[in-house]
Design a protein. Structure first.
Length: 595
């Protein structure tokens, strides 16, 4: 054996034995790179999403002495504020980093650094979950390819970027662990991982509830098919029920201790506890006949479904439980809640391409493993990948999860398919393999490449709106407002969370369904008569009006409500009780005093 072959064998051995260590080293390198690459954004506290801004506002309130179980945001909808449906789980790493860094760099810099570092923490978990899955199903040394491919999943990796401090990265990390648990050949460990990761995800929020339900269904069907899977089912049921219960006790806010449908309240907690208990009982019974196991599983599901409908009929509709008017004017128009086929090609194709390739890869790998022990891992991954891809037909917000779950299939397609094509003597196979490889590469790199295609380019009007919406969220634009004494500022719904995060002022509303009454008040105030606006401002004690011309929300008021208060304001028809307030010359805002 020559030196080159010996080196190859040594490298394979090291990649196999020390995969955990090397994966964490890769994560540490990525953390340093992304912090360095986005240092400018970190220093300007570029929290681009309303939820990211609200998350920091919640953490500040916690560190300022607000109760652990009180998630009411008092700086919106004054004087009473409104309840956020989140939990404190995602607040913990942010608060911990701020407390750790504050003695060395001061509060402001500690917040900026925490917002830059915290989103990258769950990336380590996501990398470990995918690496473990690929090691078990493809090859013990294929995990580096999974890391590289995850970095190519633009929609997914964006959820882990600096300043993306909301809960999405943590839930994706739990999803990565879920798929690793489904592929785990060790039953008890696999059931434990799936149960706990599902429980943590549900305690964070219900966005991935369908995926948790699908994981439970896959484990149950696995037991129906093979009664030897009883240990996995038993441990899964116990950890799902126990983890959900413990999480509820530790993290459920005061507002989530009532029968609401939008979080892990007693409604969904009862489903998890009863469902987990049923699964544990089924595993203990473990009848020999497959049809009996299927009948018992279907009966348990029917009992849970019927009991849910009987006890919580209010939760059979939309979990947000908003009024029909608010659903029509706001919630139904949230872009990420629309099916993927209703989005422009430039946005939809990069999101869809990877899940499709991953699904093809998972399907081919499942077929190739039909006589191999890894089939018991590939079937759950195939089902989970197919489910995630179908979820895109419901809501585009399923994109990050669908891309993440596509990684094992794409790794299998590259790792198993390309060598087979290269070895095959048939020219037709080689040509077909080349076409598939090119298509896969096009899917992987479609995100950065599609911007150069003359397809669905945004119009000049859209570019103006995007520019205004971006400028009005910046620290340099908002900070001059701090020269004025603290007061309540009446502004757009989408600007409220950013305003309370960057300045010392309070606002009326933010885009949160539990803030529905205030959202409607703001919409009515801008779209109806000036007298109605003034009455609403008095209701909330607002003494200043801040608007951002051409911001996306402003275009709605002008287009749908001509002659309304905001439309008149845009045409400089100012009522006598509205006085302009001077701002810096290049400010994108218009500010008025309300008397």
């Amino acid at each position: 054996m020559n030196d080159f072959a010996k080196t190859g064998l040594w490298l394979k051995s090291e990649l196999d034995r020390h995969w955990l260590r090397f994966t964490l080293i890769a994560w540490a390198i990525l953390l340093l790179w992304f912090v360095w690459d986005r240092w400018h954004m970190i220093q300007w506290l570029s929290l681009g999403d309303t939820d990211d801004n609200m998350r920091l506002a919640q953490v500040r309130a916690l560190l300022s002495g607000q109760s652990w179980y009180d998630l009411r945001q008092y700086r919106l909808s004054p004087p009473a504020g409104f309840d956020i449906h989140w939990s404190r789980i995602v607040d913990l790493p942010l608060a911990g980093l701020i407390l750790l860094l504050r003695p060395f760099v001061g509060t402001a810099e500690a917040e900026r650094l925490a917002c830059g570092i915290a989103p990258l923490l769950p990336l380590s978990i996501a990398l470990l979950g995918l690496a473990a899955t690929v090691r078990r199903l493809v090859s013990p040394i294929a995990w580096p390819l999974a890391i590289v491919l995850l970095l190519c999943c633009g929609t997914t990796i964006s959820m882990f970027m600096p300043d993306r401090i909301d809960h999405h990265g943590w839930q994706l990390a739990m999803l990565s662990l879920t798929v690793a648990g489904l592929a785990d050949p060790q039953q008890r460990r696999g059931g434990l991982i799936v149960g706990l990761s599902s429980a943590v995800s549900l305690n964070i929020g219900l966005e991935l509830l369908p995926y948790a339900a699908m994981a439970g269904a896959i484990i149950t069907l696995r037991w129906v098919w093979d009664r030897a899977e009883a240990a996995r089912l038993s441990v899964y049921g116990l950890t799902l029920a126990g983890g959900s219960g413990i999480g509820f006790v530790l993290f459920a806010s005061n507002a989530n201790q009532v029968l609401r449908c939008d979080a892990l309240t007693p409604v969904w907690l009862s489903v998890m506890v009863v469902g987990g208990g049923f699964l544990f009982l089924l595993a203990r019974l473990n009848p020999a006949e497959r049809w009996v196991r299927l009948a018992l599983a279907l009966t348990a599901g029917a009992i849970i479904g019927a009991g849910f409908a009987w006890m919580f009929p209010q939760c059979l509709g939309r979990p947000e439980q908003v009024s029909p008017e608010l659903a029509k004017s706001w919630l139904n128009n949230v872009r990420e809640a629309r099916p993927i086929y209703k989005h422009p090609f430039r946005m939809a194709f990069p999101i869809v391409a990877l899940p499709v390739v991953g699904l093809i890869g998972a399907g081919l790998a499942t077929w190739a493993a039909r006589r191999h022990p890894s089939i018991t891992g590939w079937v759950p991954v195939l089902l989970f990948s197919a489910f995630a891809a179908l979820m895109l037909l419901w809501q585009a917000r399923a994109g990050p999860a669908a891309q993440l779950l596509a990684v094992p299939g794409i790794v299998a397609l590259a790792w198993l398919g390309l060598p087979w094509v290269v070895r095959h003597r048939g020219i037709g196979v080689k040509i077909a393999g080349g076409v598939v490889a090119l298509a896969a590469l096009a899917a992987i790199f479609s995100g950065p490449l599609i911007r150069y295609l003359p397809i669905d380019r945004p119009s000049k009007r859209v570019q103006v709106v995007n520019r205004a919406s971006g400028l009005c969220m910046t620290v340099p634009a908002l900070k001059p407002l701090d020269r004025l004494p603290r007061q309540v500022i009446f502004t757009f719904v989408d600007l409220g969370p950013r305003l309370i995060t960057v300045t010392h002022h309070d606002a009326i509303a933010g885009p949160y369904h539990r803030n529905g009454d205030a959202i409607l008040d703001v919409q009515h105030a801008f779209s109806r008569s000036p007298d109605n606006f003034r009455a609403t401002a008095r209701k909330y004690g607002a003494t200043l009006l801040l608007v951002c011309p051409n911001m996306a929300e402003s275009t709605v008021y002008r287009a749908r409500h001509p002659g309304g208060f905001y439309d008149r304001l845009a045409h400089n028809e100012l009522p006598a009780w509205l006085t302009p307030v001077a701002l810096p010359r290049k400010s994108p805002f218009r500010l008025f005093r309300i008397s």
